[in-house]
Every structure is written in structure tokens, then in C-alpha cells.
Design a protein around this ligand. Sequence first.
Ligand SMILES: Nc1nc2c(ncn2[C@@H]2O[C@H](COP(=O)(O)OP(=O)(O)OP(=O)(O)O)[C@@H](O)[C@H]2O)c(=O)[nH]1
Ligand SMILES: [Mg+2]
Length: 449
Amino acid sequence: MTTLRLAVVGHTNVGKTSLLRTLARITRFGTVADAPATTRQAESLSLFESAAGCLSLTDTPGLERAGELLERVEAQPQRRADGWAAITAVIDDPAWKPAFEQEARVLCEVQTADALIVVIDAREPVLGKYLDELALLAACGRPMVILLNFTAGRDSRERDWREALARLGQHLVVAFDVVLADWPSERQLYERLRVLLPAWTALFDALIAEREQHRDWRRQTGAQRIAVLLLRLAAHEIRVPQGDAAKRAAAIEASKSWAREQEAQLVETLVRLHGHDLGLLQLPELLDADGRWTADLFAAETLLRAGADGLGPIAGGALAGAGIDAAVGGLSFGTGAALGAAGGALVALRNPLKLAWRRHVGGEDTVQIADTVIRALLARNLGLLALLARRGHGAVQPLAAEPAAPDIGGIWSAIRSRLLAARSGGAAMVDDPESAAPKAVAELTAALL
Ligand SMILES: Nc1nc2c(ncn2[C@@H]2O[C@H](COP(=O)(O)OP(=O)(O)OP(=O)(O)O)[C@@H](O)[C@H]2O)c(=O)[nH]1
Ligand SMILES: [Mg+2]
């Protein structure tokens, strides 16, 4: 099958290797560091394979001495008629070879590539040395798209660059911050390449369609994994003999450990789903290396931060002071009153109706996961999902800020009755909601999207 070969080139430390990672959705490719000359050898990866052909990307070392090389090239008599001949005349010359070894390595990749993605750090002013690089690359005669990187920050000079590039006759320009997974910009990159390489239109169409399908699938699957866990948590219950404080405390502890474990598994699934790697994700203030949230699910602050029902600022203070240790309990959906500040009563909330019945029949208490906890889990994992969807695979910086808890008020009211219904779902609902209640899973998933 035929392969389209694109080389990623540009000044050193502009994000070339990061770009390959983000486009290929892999975190383990090459070495990324905030230092010049990190990549020393060209390295390729296969970005896409389809019936319409394959697409490979080649990462290259950064250009550092383009200006000096360009000077020598421009002194060559054949420079106007044949730029590449003029370049080889210099880089093959034993007198210059050692000086331009790195440049020669890059330019040989350029020469054998079908087209180039030229990466520019858009925070930099439009300096002569960068224009020299462009002139040198243009002399190789390969089709090129210019990618302006670092465009998301306030220090971006995207406009200056676009104007300067237009003056040079370079109009295929795309802004793309490689630490963000920004599909519209990525799509623009492929559309620009499609314009540049009409023979490969079918390949780019297939690539765009595949990426969009995959993005939708990821969103859907992420929401579905959260929905399934919400149902499982809602259906969880342990019955204990009434008045047996020790059994009840043990059941509360077991419920808490179970819920924490379930959440850690969810986080791992969401991270994997997005092609990230927990060990490399670098969210130290959020998650530990096992995918556990650093803020405990049952801590008062976690519940408050998630905007738990019925917990206003005053109740918040009271709860924090009360040092609640167990936010597991019975049914509290819709019974905001049960969550009042009085006594910080998040401990073992019970469904009065159910309890009355149980007392009558068998004298049992029920320990369940309180809805405030389920809501907090929903809020922070939806936040994580959004964060993962936005994080480019080239990003290496730790994400210090907690993802803003999405405003889930509307979502919560839409799904509350579904969760309430799951309370009586029994063991089948805890084990496998997808078989026990496929409709509930589908509805919840849709509400989370
Ligand atoms: N904030 C931000 N950082 C970026 C972006 N692109 C790259 N970086 C960072 O810039 C530094 C250089 O990135 P690399 O991908 O190693 O750059 P390179 O062009 O391959 O560098 P060399 O191989 O040395 O030529 C790393 O610290 C990246 O994390 C971006 O769009 N935004
Ligand atoms: Mg590199």
C-alpha cells in the first residue's frame, strides 16, 4: 500500500516531538523536554492506515544553524534554478559537512518527504533566523503547511506570524497548540494538507472520519462507564442487625472501601480510554499513580466542593467541624432535609420507609451510599473526563488546577429518579447494570453527554 510521508520540521524546542505525540494519541514517542536539541535523530511513526493509503510522520531534530547554512547556499551559482542542488553542494562539501551535520540530517528527511509540517513557536517574534529557516526549507521545494504552535497562551504572536508568512507567500497556516487536544484545529491541519496534496484527498477524508468517529466513541464510552458506576453505587447495600453498632461500623467501612475501589477503577478506565497512561499523566494534585483521587470521596470538603445537595456554606462549616467520617447511609435522594447541618448528619442516613418496614419484619438497618457521595463522584469524574478530552498527548506539564467541577445541577435532576429506581435493583444491579437495566444505563449515559 502506498504511504504518504510527512516530515515535521522547524527550529529546535518548538514542540515537534510533542506534535507527533498529540496527533498520534500516544504519550510514549521520542523524548520531549524544554531544552534545545532534545531530538537528535529522525524517527517515524505510522499515523494512520486505510484502504486509501497510509500516512507516516517523521520527527526530526531541530534546526539551529539555518542562517549560516543559507548564506553558503545562496552563494552557490545554481541556487535559483535548483535549491536542493545548491544545498547539497554545501552539506556534502567536506569543508562544511561537520558544521552542518544536524541541518543535513533534517534536510535529507525533508528531501525524501512528500510534504512538510513546519512548526513555529508563535510566542517568538518574527526574527530573521526563523525566516532563514523558512527560506532554507522552501529551497528544498517540498510542499509545506505551517503550524503555529503555542497559540493558546496570552504571549502568542499569531497575528504577527500570519502577516509575515502571508508576505512570504505562505498561506497554508494553521494554529494548533500541541498540548491541547483541539479537534477543530487538528482537523484544519488535515484539511490544509488535503488542499496541498490533492492526490491524497481520500486518505485525508478517511483520516478525518476515523478521528471523528473515535472521538464520539470515546465520549460515549466515558459517559457510559460513569453511568454504570452511578447505578452500581446507588444499588449497593449491606444489611445489618438493628442496633448492632459494630456490624454497622464494619458495613460502613466496607462500603466506603468498595466505593473508593470502584472509583479508582473508573478513573483508570477513563484514562486508558483517552490513550493516556496513569504513570505519565502527571496530575499529582488530583490523582495518585493508582488512579485514586487525592481528595477522599467521603471527605466533607469533597462533598462540599461538588456542591452536594443541601449543603450551603453554613452547613459546610458545621460538617467540616463535626468531622464526619462516613457519608454512607440510606436513601437520601430528594430528601434534602436529611442533610441539614444539625449534627453533621451524613452518617448512615436511612430511608425512613424502608427502615420502618425492615424493623417490622426483621429488624435490620441498611447501609447504602448516600446520594451526596454519588453526586460528588459524578461531578469530579465528569470533570476528569472533560480534562482528559482536552489534554493533548504531547502535554507533559503537571496539571496543577483541579478540573472545574461542571455545573451538574441540571444533570443531577435529570438522573436522580433513575438512580432512585436503582436503589431497589438488588445484587443484579450492583454486579452488572448493563444486563440488569440496559435502558437505565442508556438513559443515564445520554443525560451525561
Ligand atoms: N504550553 C505549551 N508547551 C508546549 C507546546 N508545545 C511544546 N511544548 C513544550 O515545549 C518543550 C519542547 O517540546 P518538544 O516537543 O521537545 O520540542 P521539539 O521541537 O521536539 O524540540 P527538539 O527535539 O529539541 O528540537 C516541551 O517542554 C513541551 O512540553 C505547546 O503548544 N504549549
Ligand atoms: Mg524533539
